[in-house]
Design a protein around this ligand. Structure first.
Ligand code: GLP
Length: 249
């Protein structure tokens, strides 16, 4: 069962997690970090940037792997997760560009790009700490609810609800959001040595409860985190609002 930590609000949650990350970096300066996009981690990334600016954090030896990217979208596209990460994190801290890994959505051979990414994670020694968000339908990365889930980094067809929630990156129009994406697979994510999922706001309360207390099912990809031995769920109070039983770690 995941350890569940409930914090009063998003601001305190982001500060608490940033402090934990800074401590983890002191312990292992060459940490391999898995990173999410979405609205949820933005405050955390800015907080890390603020700590770096104050001289409290050094990310010069960190290697990062992002979870996913839209298909057909190159790194310079303003709606890409490359652009998102640059704006919210990498422009604010000192991770050397050669240590930043994000799937190339514009790769001429997407299957080869996915295989390359898997090998790069292995070559880096695996992911030490994977940060995750959760989609309201229970997706992690872009692993959407389905009859079957893929283990490795792969190409996915996005659900309409996921495209809607990413519309802001594409001028507010769902129609402009790519229909497909590349994403780390479930096994790629579950191989991380440690996982911290963050969820904030009332809209996440239902999926958070199903993830913690529901059955492990491909219809709720995040439920597979129940099988991992080192998962922490950091929630603000609204996101914890529907938890029927709180896991004790
Ligand atoms: C996106 C990302 C996920 C993210 C999720 C939640 O589609 N691919 O990695 O966790 O949706 O996003 P948000 O934090 O905006 O709710």
């Amino acid at each position: 069962m995941p350890k569940v930590t409930i914090l009063p609000d998003e601001k305190i949650l982001s500060r608490t997690l940033a402090a934990q990350l800074v401590a983890a970096l002191r312990e292992k300066p060459d940490l391999v970090l898995g990173l999410p996009t979405g609205r949820t981690p933005i405050r955390l990334y800015h907080e890390l940037g603020a700590r770096y600016a104050k001289g409290e954090a050094d990310l010069s030896r960190v290697t990062t792997f992002n979870l996913d990217e839209f298909l057909g979208v190159g790194p310079e596209h303003p709606g890409s997760y490359h652009a998102f990460m640059q704006e919210h994190l990498f422009a604010r801290v000192n991770v050397p560009p050669r240590q930043i890994n994000i799937l190339n959505g514009a790769a001429s051979d997407p299957a080869e790009e996915c295989a390359r990414y898997e090998s790069a994670i292995v070559a880096a020694g695996g992911i030490d700490l994977q940060l995750l968000g959760i989609g309201t339908n229970g997706h992690i990365g872009f692993n959407e609810p389905a009859r079957e889930l893929a283990g490795k980094t792969h190409r996915v067809v996005l659900k309409a609800s996921t495209r809607r929630s990413n519309a802001a990156l594409f001028g507010g129009s769902e129609a402009n959001v790519p229909r497909e994406a590349l994403s780390m697979g479930m096994a790629t994510i579950l191989r991380a040595r440690r996982i911290i999922m963050i969820a904030t706001g009332k809209s996440k309360a239902g999926c958070v409860n199903r993830m913690v207390n529901g059955p492990i099912t491909t219809r709720m990809p995040a439920s597979f985190l129940q099988l991992h031995r080192d998962v922490e769920l950091m929630l603000d109070e609204p996101a914890a609002g529907e938890l029927s039983v709180v896991g004790s770690g």
